[in-house]
Design a protein around this ligand. Structure first.
Ligand code: NAD
Length: 312
């Protein structure tokens, strides 16, 4: 399997590093407008090859997409201090449109696309509309990271390993994301009934605080170190592993949604089963009335932004 990553910045290079150290793919390529940076990142990771997993690492031009099985879009920039989400969207849409025109010249017709650059849901929509390929083959990293943050916070609250928590965030990867409290469990036990129905350890205040912390988690990191890239790279690697190993794994990725839960013609995250061919299916979920309304609000926020950037 060859994975080509466009963008060799913090996120793209850390995805390459994570793929190499976990031995996920045997061929990983970095493509960046700054060719020196891409080559420097490749060398830095490849120098550890003798003490890690076997992987062919390359810095390439867009011709490197011709034999790529998966293309990851991590090029562009994060939000500058004080910059609006709309200005970030406009800037990264321009970069993304330029990249798509280069991709089209070298697209082999079978690669799966994974969008990471922010605003990820909007850019997934741009990719989907511009590439004109099946929606199962083009999706965003979605709320896999948000769901992991949710589980981290719940694990901390209950002092339980986050891997034993089943909890998801759906909707926008952003301020309007929707943590699914009604379906969150520790193993088979609803968290609202843990440790017992009579004396739950989760108060309405805890729900409020954790919901806010899930949304704020990225900003907490950015405030301290200027960017987030480790957990997103681990999340992207998780998705890539599901594709490479044909895992049929349930992950909340962002994809083109039509007439589901009152949401239409927008990309946002819902639980999906991911395998070798991309999205095998979107899972049918039951939402509480407040979660359903929150999902529709999230879709409305994204549609507003798509209108503002003239994609709708
Ligand atoms: P960065 O500034 O470190 O790196 C961006 C890279 O993109 C640079 O190396 C730059 O040279 C390259 N680039 C710019 N224009 C290009 C072009 N036209 N063609 C090829 N390469 C180009 O940024 P980063 O920290 O790596 O973040 C990248 C993106 O990932 C940002 O939009 C950020 O917001 C996003 N991100 C998303 C998530 C998520 O959950 N989806 C999480 C963290 C970061």
């Amino acid at each position: 399997m060859k994975i080509a990553i466009i963008g060799a910045g913090n996120v793209g290079a850390t995805i390459a590093y994570t793929l190499a150290t976990q031995g996920v793919a045997n061929d990983v390529s970095l493509i960046d407008v700054n060719t020196d940076k891409a080559y420097g990142e490749v060398l830095d990771i490849a120098h550890g090859g003798a003490v890690s997993e076997h992987v062919l690492l390359r810095a390439e031009g867009y011709e490197g997409l011709e034999d790529a099985d998966i293309i990851v879009h991590a090029a562009g920039r994060g939000r500058k201090p004080g910059e609006s989400r709309l200005d970030l969207a406009k800037g990264n849409i321009k970069i993304t449109e330029g990249i798509i025109s280069k991709i089209k010249k070298h697209y082999n017709g079978r690669s799966i696309f994974l969008v990471v650059t922010n605003p990820m849901d909007v850019l997934t929509y741009v990719f989907y509309k511009q590439m004109g390929i099946d929606r199962t083959k083009i999706f965003g990293s979605g709320t896999v990271l948000d769901s992991s943050r949710f589980k981290y916070l719940l694990g901390h609250h209950f002092n339980v390993d986050p891997r034993n928590l089943h909890a998801m965030v759906i909707g926008e990867h952003g301020d309007s994301s929707v943590p699914l409290w009604s379906a969150a469990t520790i193993g088979p036990t609803l968290i609202s009934q843990y440790p017992s129905k009579e004396q739950p350890r989760l108060s309405p205040e805890d729900i409020d605080n954790i919901s806010k912390d899930v949304v704020q988690a990225g900003q907490e990191v950015i405030k301290r170190k200027g960017a987030t890239f480790y957990a997103i790279s681990m999340s992207v690697t998780r998705i890539l592993k599901a594709i490479v190993n044909n895992e049929n794994r349930l992950l909340c990725v962002s994809s083109y949604i039509e007439n589901t839960h009152g949401v239409n013609d927008v990309c946002l995250s819902l639980p999906a089963i991911i395998g070798r061919d991309g999205i095998r299916e979107l899972l049918t979920i039951s939402l509480s009335p407040s979660e359903e309304a929150a999902l529709q609000r999230s879709a409305a926020v994204l549609k507003d932004m798509l209108r503002e950037v003239e994609y709708q």
